[in-house]
Each structure stands twice: as C-alpha cells, then as structure tokens.
Design a protein around this ligand. Sequence first.
Ligand code: 2HA
Ligand code: ZN
Length: 284
Amino acid sequence: MKILDSKFVKGFIKMADDGYHQGWHERNGGNLSYRLKPEEVESIRPRLMNNEDWQPIGAHVPGLGGEFFLVTGSGKYFRNIIVDPEACLAIIELDEKGENYRIRWGLVEGGVPTSELPAHLMNHEVKKRVTDGRHRVIYHAHTTNTIALTFVLPLKDEVFTRELWEMATECPVVFPDGVGVIGWMVPGGEQIAIETSKLMEKYDVVIWAHHGMFCSGEDFDLTFGLMHTVEKSAEILVKVLSMSHMKRQTITPDNFRALEPRFHISLPERFLYEKEEGPLDDLV
Ligand code: 2HA
Ligand code: ZN
C-alpha cells in the first residue's frame, strides 16, 4: 500500500493539522509519534528504504526493540505537515536492543526525527508496558493556557489536577488519574525524558512548566481529545482567575465522589482535599 494512503498516516496528518489550527504549534513547536502495529508495518514494508545508517537514540528503550514509529521531524513546522508530509515526517525502525534507530521512510529533504525523540520513546516504553500495549500515540504541544497556569499555580500534581477537574465536569471522567507536573528543565535531552516517563507510569498527561504538555493515548482521537480537554479546562481556569481569585461556587469533593459510580471511575482521594482558599491564595 502507498504509505501516504495508509489509514494511520492519514490519521497522524489530520491530528497534526488539528493541533496546528488550535494554535499549539508556533514555528517548529511540538512533536508527535505513533507506534505502528505489526500489520501496518507489513502493509508498507515493500515501500520502505533499506539503506540508511543506524543512529543513536540518546536513550535506552529495550522494551521497544524492533518497533517502528511514525514521527515528526526535528525543526519541521506542524503547519507544513499536511502540505508536504514526506518532507516533515519519518518512519523509523529501532534495533533489537532499543539503542539505535534508522530512517525507513520520509524526511526526503534531509533531517532527523524530533528533538524530543528520547522523551517520546521513553514515554512509549512505559506506556506499552503499563497499558499492555494499548497506548500507541505520544503527543507534545505548546498549549497556551496550560503554559500560562504554570506561572501562577504551585507546580504540584495535586493542585493542577484538582483545579483542572473543577473547570469542567467531564474532566475527571476524561483524565481520572490526574495530571503530572514537572518544573522547568532543559528540553530535548535524556534527563527531561526520564522525569517525564516516570510520571507517565501513573498519568496520561504530563505538564512541562513554562513549555507545554505531553499526552499519551491509544489512538489519534483519544490522544488529541485528551490534550484538547486539558487545554480547554486550562482556558476556563485562566478566564476565572482573570475575573477573580475566588470562586463563588465550584464542583466540590463530594460532587466528584458522586461521579464515580455513574461513570465507572475511581478518583484518588489525594486530589479531593478540603480547601479553604482559592488556588492563588498562597501566593505572596
Ligand atoms: O521544537 O517542541 O520541545 C520542538 C519542541 C521541543
Ligand atoms: Zn516543546
């Protein structure tokens, strides 16, 4: 099958374009990766290149040995993906040890996979393990309102989760495990990848302070929808905090508990703490 006609390639390109139109991908901001299913690899195998050299990943991901990924290219602009996917995207193969990769398709004008390849692959490795292989998509975007909140809220998983949950009833249903937050770090390296993948053991959403967000999911719709839901909730919170630092009324811990049987979710009690003040009241 022609690679550009494959359903997973079309879904990837649509998701990237949707993200661009949300305003989450200024310049070359953000990156996306998808772990191919074995039957998808077989359907395109005759059209893959065989002559590229192995390159170090910059991380060790033995749990992903032999896997194929569709990834965005480093320095490529999301707004150009739909126009020229073969120049902006790559399909890479990992070696059996999960230490090196080689390009099997794409980047026809040259280039390398996303600068965040270590974070993507380490997140994929964790998610493949903890979801029994169900999660296949890792998405990084520069989500405006979520980034804005990292300047004013305490950088604590509990505070971000609770404040985002309170902004829309669907939030605890969409991300019942909550969100993780890491303080500012140098992007693009193994260290930030390690910190992010540790949080991916328990969350599907990790916020990078003053930078953006990572989401993990089973398919393009669920992963995009997760990012969209978190960012929409962050937008509401930015609006609420812009009007007042006090909420006159909100969704209470008991309201959240009442959602559990109806939606078959179990919400960790550490997010349902009693509050006497608003989220900004501990600011000096
Ligand atoms: O420019 O978003 O985090 C790509 C990025 C790096
Ligand atoms: Zn980024």
